[in-house]
Design a protein. Structure first.
Length: 438
């Protein structure tokens, strides 16, 4: 029994880890199924669509059925004789009403349609936002893994220097201060490694929040992936693209359209309405002279609200303010999106230059470290020089790797600002991911 329990626990542990969806697009597909923010956005869109369906009721027929059963106890006289017979009366009716002319209800349909279109753009924004969040979370894990690997290598290298310093101190080649310097550097590298381990766990939990799944390991970024400036390489092109395609701008435009139609709907309250009506009624009572009455009434009714205590004019003024608000909001959104497109374009182009600069800095730091180690072996450099060179090298390595991930995230955000981000852009990054050995 104990052995079976252990096997069951192992199986549960294995099944709780999603082992195969290691590519970025695979992780994104998991997020599509499990991200709660997107599920909320989808529910909001579906609710708005139902509001549009309901708005058509204002121009469609309505059928009302009614019935009553009444017990009557009259008290009076008829021809000098008491008349107090109880009787029961049954009434039933069916009424059909078909609006023939109601401008206000027609305008409400326009409001609902524009609101649905806005909700669709809002949902498109939510989809793009999920792509960005998954990309950031995915590369945050890789970034944390690289930081941990670098921290572990640095700790190992400094530990080796510490052991060497202790041996040299024992034979009198260096003073105790050299050992103390190496010990301090080792303690610092150990603390950095512990911090990197914690950062990796946090990044993995953040990714799991999006997908609802854990991953044993993720594909890593290839060393030879291209770092290129966005094409066309003009900032104005990306700004114009963003203003024309960004779903937030389109949603703001639809919000303005909603307000414009709402003004027309509010003014339509001053207009008359015309309905066609048909009513079939049946009446029965159980008096001695039992009667059954049926009636079919057909007609047209005209209504015209002349005055409603000032509420109509107040409502027109209110929606007018909403229209002004939506126009100002549209202009604000356009400026914000233009700024985002400009900012991310600059960040991408800057990252291109930074990646190359960081790569050269890493090469230089590696050469400096080798030279310092050689100088230390022949006695021209001291232990402090070596420790500083070690730290400089691993700092340069971390900065180089970090800049590569920043470039990819900024590129995705630039496409998001431009309104062109699609699932194909996520899948395209898979070709630069490699299965990690081991």
């Amino acid at each position: 029994m104990r052995r079976l329990t252990a096997i069951s626990a192992a199986l549960i542990s294995v099944l709780s880890i999603h082992a195969q969806a290691q590519t970025l697009s695979g992780v994104y597909q998991d997020a599509l199924e499990n991200d709660y923010q997107l599920k909320i956005a989808r529910s909001e869109l579906n609710a708005v669509i139902e509001d549009e369906n309901a708005s058509w009721a204002g121009v469609k027929p309505t059928i009302t059925a009614g019935a009553s059963l009444t017990n009557n106890t009259p008290d009076g006289t008829s021809g000098g004789s008491p008349y107090n017979d109880n009787y029961t009366q049954t009434q039933m009716s069916v009424t059909l009403t078909q609006p023939l002319l109601n401008i206000g209800n027609i305008q409400m349909i326009g409001i609902a349609q524009a609101t649905t279109e806005k909700a669709r753009f809002d949902y498109q924004t939510a989809e793009m936002d999920l792509m960005v969040r998954v990309t950031e979370a995915f590369f945050s894990v890789l970034r944390a893994q690289d930081s941990l690997t670098s921290a572990q290598a640095q700790e190992k290298a400094i530990k080796r220097q510490l052991e060497q310093a202790r041996q040299q101190f024992k034979v009198g080649l260096i003073p105790i201060t050299g050992v103390n310097e190496a010990q301090a550097a080792f303690d610092g590298s150990r603390a950095a490694r512990i911090g990197a381990e914690g950062a990796l766990l946090i990044s993995e939990e953040s990714l799991q929040l999006l997908t609802g799944k854990s991953y044993s390991k993720l594909d890593t970024l290839a060393e030879d992936f291209p770092v290129e400036a966005p094409q066309p390489a003009t900032v104005q092109y990306w700004i114009d693209l963003a203003l024309a395609n960004n779903p937030d701008v389109k949603a703001a435009q639809k919000q303005r359209d909603v307000a414009q139609v709402a003004v027309k709907a509010a003014k339509a309250a001053y207009l008359p309405y015309v309905n066609a009506k048909a009513e079939f009624a049946y009446q029965n009572n159980d008096l001695a002279s039992k009667t059954d009455l049926t009636n079919l009434a057909l007609g047209v009714e005209l209504g015209w609200q002349i005055y409603a205590g000032g509420s109509t004019s107040a409502n027109i003024n209110k929606v007018g303010h909403y229209l002004n608000q939506s126009e100002q909001g549209l202009e604000l959104e356009r400026r914000s999106i233009a700024l985002s497109a400009r900012s991310y374009y600059i960040q991408v182009t800057t990252s291109v230059q930074q990646v190359e600069a960081r790569r050269q800095a890493l090469i230089s730091s590696e050469s400096a470290l080798k030279a310092t180690r050689s100088g230390y072996e022949v006695g021209t450099r001291n232990i402090v020089d070596v420790l500083q060179a070690e730290q400089a090298y691993y700092t340069a390595e971390t900065a180089y790797l970090d800049t590569r991930y920043s470039y990819l995230v900024n590129l995705i955000k630039l496409k998001q600002a431009a309104g062109t981000l699609k699932q194909e852009d996520i899948a395209a990054l898979d070709q630069w991911l490699r299965r990690k050995a081991g």
